[in-house]
Design a protein around this ligand. Structure first.
Ligand SMILES: [Zn+2]
Ligand SMILES: [Zn+2]
Length: 723
């Protein structure tokens, strides 16, 4: 009699599941996590389906499932999600599964945690440090050695000394919990009437089946407090909540807000967790021990025991798109997971993505509006500075009007923010003698001058070189000119304009550690700086009570880059930055330095007419059949040899299936035609909205010549990047 056979999906770059025989001693069901032989090695994999009719010719060649691992099985909901995401994004199912299986193997035994407790008499010799430890531990509570040292502000040696003298005793602590259970009634929220109304509606949704709700409110209107009420209800019904964040590195303050409402920090999931912490978190999520996860987009692929709610904070943020490996958009896939799991999804934003706005207008998503700023504050007034009429002095970037406004603000004891979304000193360095421009040897990009690091740096591949002494082309010495501003150059100008001011530059490449960044943000909030100069690092999530003035140094930056979402992105970013002003005092002002004050983005920001911007942008997208009124897929062919890459790209393009509704554009040199030594050619596929683009692409791939050797084909369905 032939043995039972199951199809097993292995987390490698393969789309199909492999058949394995089930030893009689094993009880297996779909979803079980198993170990199987794969080539010469063992792989952790998942039983995907029964195989009632295995190919009899293969029967003797099939290998056995090695063992069943002692882990909770992947639920049908997650397995369906894996299949769906793989099908939609044209990624292999194995690679999508890999995102679900980050349970951390082979980590070895966990290090024992040692706790200390006050038991004995005071030590013979008393010091100030020892005294601090004794008063801390006077509550007789058990603390880990690390905690005790940190909380008392002493070195580990001080603790060890007290143990040696018998003042403290040591005990082995149980492993630290991933997260303590949050208490939905820890703190009663203090909500405005608008917030209460929205919270009541969300709570009604929270217990229900699949739905998508846009929580729509200006910066500072208190959206977080409102969706916390839906989270609280989900905790009460003993189900799990996932809160997705675009940039987990900047969420320290969010975790504190969570703790203020629920008494404890939530579980976190992001790339900076240690392997052991990831493993423990994965397990606790799968076991249902964790009730709230706050995470980056990859948290969407965790094996929740009973997921009951997904919140996508700042749903419009471009960081939700994963740009390598499996190219997926976490907001869109969150909606898919909600649909498959029959649970509600909440999207939160002050500037919804156009996709979401259109879905709301068409009635597919519902909208809950929070109309006012918390405490009834007005949004900042916004004014354009027309750079065609009012030019900054040569080599300078701040117009006199903006400089004057900042001067007035700091004289009043308020803070000002200069926003420039460009790291480094200058985006281009050229030789005044011969015109030579410094570019990256392996990318089609200028080298950015970073004076703080004393280097010229490529922002695409990380190539860096020291500042040159002479021109490599004409050997002229000291002939270099910095072209255009970065935040470091702006800092020079600001220091010259406001010599008395306390100035801080915030830029991701200048941040030593997340801890340091948090301290700096606290310093700004406490008013220890008069002027902040920042990149988009300052756009998100911070609350600066004394900040009343925001100056956008180059509002046009990012508008003219050929990206169909350029206007939307610029509007969202500038709206968010300007919204930093006046959140407490309600007298915020924003200045936009622009060469095109008549542009719909600038007009909407000045008039504070968001609807006008959406109306215009929706009409423009609709007439161009751009998303969400049409579908796009981007295919990038890349290789080290330009000629070979071009030949393959043309062959590949010629094999595209003919279809009346589909247009295949290209191949053409990508805007970034060389990255890390690879030449890049792009094809863009345009199709109507309801068209099954994924099926079309699969047909194409099946018929197309295969990319061989060093030539690579990258497919991006619903691309966000057009570089
Ligand atoms: Zn030169
Ligand atoms: Zn480069």
């Amino acid at each position: 009699m032939s043995r039972r056979v199951v199809d097993v999906l292995v987390p490698v770059a393969l789309d199909r599941a492999y058949s394995y025989r089930v030893p009689k001693t094993l009880q297996l069901a779909p979803g079980d996590i198993v170990s199987v032989p794969l080539g010469a090695r063992e792989a952790t994999a998942v039983v995907w389906a029964e195989n009632p009719k295995p190919n009899p010719r293969l029967d003797n060649r099939l290998k056995d499932v090695e063992e069943k691992l002692e882990l909770p099985p992947l639920r049908p909901e997650l397995r369906n999600f894996v299949d769906w995401v793989a099908n939609y994004t044209i990624a292999s199912r194995g690679m999508v599964l890999r995102m679900c299986l980050r349970m951390g193997e082979h980590l070895g035994e966990e290090r024992e945690r040692v706790g200390v407790r006050l038991v004995g008499p005071a030590p013979q010799r008393m010091t100030a440090a020892r005294q601090r430890v004794l008063s801390l531990l006077a509550d007789k509570m058990l603390r880990s050695k690390g905690e005790a040292a940190r909380e008392a502000g002493v070195s580990a040696g001080v603790i060890d000394g007290l143990i040696d003298e018998g003042t403290l005793e040591t005990l082995v602590l149980p492993p630290e919990a991933v997260a303590e259970p949050p208490d939905p009634d820890f703190a009663q929220p203090d909500l405005t009437a608008d917030q209460s109304a929205a919270a009541a509606e969300l709570k009604a949704i929270a217990g229900g089946s699949y739905s998508v709700t846009l929580l729509d409110g200006v910066t500072g209107s208190g959206k977080t407090e409102v969706y916390f009420e839906a989270v609280a209800d989900t905790i009460r019904s003993r189900r799990q909540s996932l809160i997705l964040m675009p940039e987990i590195a900047l969420t320290a303050r969010f975790l504190d807000r969570f703790a203020a409402r629920f008494g404890v920090h939530p579980a976190e999931w992001h790339s900076e967790l240690s392997p052991r912490r990831r493993a423990r978190t994965w397990r606790a999520v799968a076991d249902g021990e964790v009730s709230v996860v706050v995470g980056a987009r990859s948290a969407l692929f965790l094996p929740y025991a009973d997921l009951g709610l997904i919140v996508v904070d700042e749903e419009h943020d471009a960081a939700y798109k994963q740009e390598d490996g499996v190219r997926y958009h976490a907001r869109d896939m969150a909606v898919v997971r909600g649909h498959i799991a029959h649970i509600p999804v909440v999207l939160s934003s002050a500037t919804p993505s156009l996709e979401t706005e259109v879905n709301v207008r068409r009635g597919r998503y519902r909208r809950l509006v929070l109309p006012e700023r918390f405490g009834g504050q007005r949004m900042p007034s916004v004014e354009a500075i027309d750079l065609r009429r009012e030019r900054p002095p040569p080599g300078r970037f701040i117009a006199p009007t903006l400089a004057g406004a900042v001067q007035t603000a700091i004289e009043r004891g308020e803070q000002a923010l200069f926003f420039l979304n460009r790291r480094g000193y200058a985006p281009l360095t050229l030789c005044r003698a011969c015109g030579f421009r410094f570019s990256c040897p392996s990318c089609d990009a200028w080298l950015v001058d970073h004076r703080f690091r004393r280097q010229l740096v490529c922002h695409h591949c990380g190539f860096a070189m020291p500042h040159p002494v002479e021109c490599p082309n004409c050997q002229a010495a000291n002939s270099f000119a910095a072209i255009g501003p970065g935040v470091e150059r702006l800092e020079e100008e600001v220091r010259a304009l406001f010599p008395q001011a306390r100035i801080l530059v915030l830029s991701s490449d200048l941040v030593a550690t997340m801890e340091r960044l948090r301290e700096e943000l606290d310093d700004v909030a406490a008013g220890r700086f008069d002027i902040v100069i920042g990149t988009q690092l300052v756009a998100k999530g911070h609350h600066f009570p004394k900040l009343n003035l925001v100056g956008i140094v180059d509002a046009d930056l990012g508008l003219n880059n050929g990206d169909p979402r350029a206007a939307e992105r610029t509007f969202q970013l500038l709206h968010q930055v300007v919204g930093r002003a006046g959140r407490d005092a309600g007298i915020g002002r924003g200045y936009l330095q622009t060469h095109q004050p008549e542009h719909p983005v600038m007009r909407a920001l000045i008039a504070q007419d968001r609807e006008a911007f959406y109306d215009a942008e929706i009409a423009a997208r609709e007439s161009a059949h751009y998303p969400p009124f049409g579908r796009l897929a981007s295919l990038v062919v890349s290789g080290p040899d330009k000629h070979d890459t071009q030949i393959f790209a043309r062959l590949f393009a010629r094999s595209a299936p003919q279809h009346d509704d589909v247009r295949v554009l290209g191949p053409a040199d990508a805007p970034l035609s060389l990255v890390r030594g690879r030449h890049r050619l792009r094809l863009l596929v345009k199709a109507p909205r309801a068209f099954d683009l994924s099926a079309y692409l699969r047909d194409w791939l099946a018929a197309a010549p295969k990319a061989k050797g060093s030539i690579k084909l990258d497919i991006d369905v619903d691309p966000q990047s057009f570089l």
